[in-house]
Design a protein around this ligand. Sequence first.
Ligand code: SAH
Length: 246
Amino acid sequence: MAWYCSGSTNTELVENLFKAELIKNERVKEAMLGVDRAHYAPSRPYFDSPQSIGHGATISAPHMHGHACEYLIDHLYPGARVLDIGSGSGYLTHVLANLVIKPGQTGQDPNQGRVIGIDHIPELVDLARSNMNKSKEGQRLQQLGLVQFITGDGRLGWEAEAPYDAIHVGAAAEEMHPVLIEQLRAPGRLFIPVESEYTATETALSYLGIGHGGQWIWVVDKKADGSVQKEKVFQVRYVPLTDAPR
Ligand code: SAH
């Protein structure tokens, strides 16, 4: 996809994504400029494509990271609390931190921004921590506990730090796990790729044998009054959100 959006440096990659309008939001652009993908993608870090990071996982393509942030942006204000499920390389966790952690935040402010990355493969949790430690700012954010990587089953969310202003899921779920919606703040938004979730119209069409398979991104909004609205936005291909490998 869109190879000309790649670059020979991180700045060139992000500027090209912006010029091609694959990312449109200035704050997302700034947050991505602030994280060197070379710390997270083992080869061809500045190509707009997914890359293997081992253990059957991939770091998603930069334009997908951009889209995810843009769908969540209204909830990524300085001081917001975010959960990144299937954090893998840790790249997106770091970009999300740049969006919600106020510059100079020390860890003492009760209204501080905070990002939790959760992955069920302990080796990838270690990898994310060490990737993020490659930059001084990444080290600082982890030392202050403003960014934390946790080993666990993301299908359960992470109750200890709930509610979240924004929850990002980086692997395709079998279903729209209700516990994740429960862990959203009101207002809050969940961005989740789902394998087999249908709109009412599609369910009706499926009775006529007209299928709508594949994975789709859903955005789920919990409104200020607690009501929940779900929207199916675009088709994707993610690795599955599964049981942990033995
Ligand atoms: N956002 C990450 C995507 C990594 S790929 C990145 O761009 O680097 C998807 C990740 O989801 C993998 O790291 C995989 O280990 C993780 N994963 C899959 N099922 C999971 C589960 N049930 N709980 C937590 N993480 C899971």
